[in-house]
Design a protein around this ligand. Structure first.
Ligand code: CIR
Length: 256
């Protein structure tokens, strides 16, 4: 079995990205592209086959491909992003996913962003956020329950996506910002809390036992992860963070 990482290039219009919690600051396009290339290189170095979809002109957020789909071993579900400006992104991802999986999709009035979906084994935690609504979550449940998945809705009133607040860093271990998500629902896992001074630090990308992580941006939380013996692969995504992006949102990782 191999791992495929589907990524999408940064569009030059990224400065016009959606913003919900952060203020707009200038994004250096060339640096964003360079950082994204390094991110792709790290995925490649750890054995992923990296597939890259060209940017779609004018789709400012298209680099954040995670929000367009959730890919399971059995099926890929095309999302219907909560931000209307992002819905056209899905069309460019669909033909690529079709090469790998049977497709299903979320329909209006449902909205769902992949960033709100945390899969741990056969459980999918789904953030009820400004982007993902109950209809979207119910549609996802109807699609995946036939394949043995449980979908649990989790409210995330204080951050963009569920995975802004919690992500997996090792088998049975989650990295969490307890200020942004209730932890009761995750009580069966080992929980590592972000450093209180690093609110945005809960998003890590676990791939094949490696944790791709913005260590320079979140050094205190990185130390906590390193103390657990986790292998951290540092990436700098400072320009994408200005667009409220993080490390999980720049790829779709699938078993192939
Ligand atoms: C947005 O607001 O939709 C983008 N500017 C950022 C999306 C980041 N996506 C993610 O973390 N899954």
């Amino acid at each position: 079995m191999t791992l495929t990482a589907i990524t999408r290039d940064v569009d030059p219009s990224i400065s016009h990205c959606e913003l919900t919690y952060q203020s707009r600051v200038e994004i250096e396009y060339a640096l964003a592209v360079e950082q994204h290339r390094r991110y792709q290189a790290v995925l490649s170095e750890i054995g992923c086959e990296v597939v890259t979809i060209p940017a779609a002109q004018g789709l400012a957020d298209c680099v954040f491909i995670e929000d367009t789909a959730i890919v399971l071993d059995e099926v890929a579900v095309l999302c219907r992003p909560g931000a209307a400006s992002r819905r056209p992104e899905v069309a460019g991802v669909e033909p690529v996913l079709r090469r790998f999986r049977t497709l299903a999709s979320i329909q209006s009035p449902g909205t769902l962003d992949g960033g709100d979906l945390l899969r741990v084994g056969k459980t999918i935690y789904a953030g009820l956020s400004t982007r993902s609504n109950q209809s979207g979550i119910d549609q996802l449940r109807a699609i995946v329950s036939d394949h043995g998945y449980t979908v649990t809705a989790v409210t995330t009133p204080s951050c963009l996506h569920l995975k802004s607040a919690v992500s997996q860093v090792a088998p049975g271990t989650l990295l969490v910002n307890p200020e942004w998500v209730g932890t009761e629902v995750f009580k069966d896992y080992q929980l590592i809390e972000v450093d209180p001074e690093e609110a945005h630090a809960a998003n890590a990308l676990l791939v094949a036992g490696n944790v791709i992580y913005p260590t320079a941006a979140f050094p205190r939380t990185a130390s906590r992860l390193a103390a657990l013996g986790l292998t951290l692969l540092p990436v700098d995504v400072s320009e994408l963070q200005k667009a409220e992006g993080a490390v999980t949102c720049c790829s779709l990782i699938l078993n192939t």
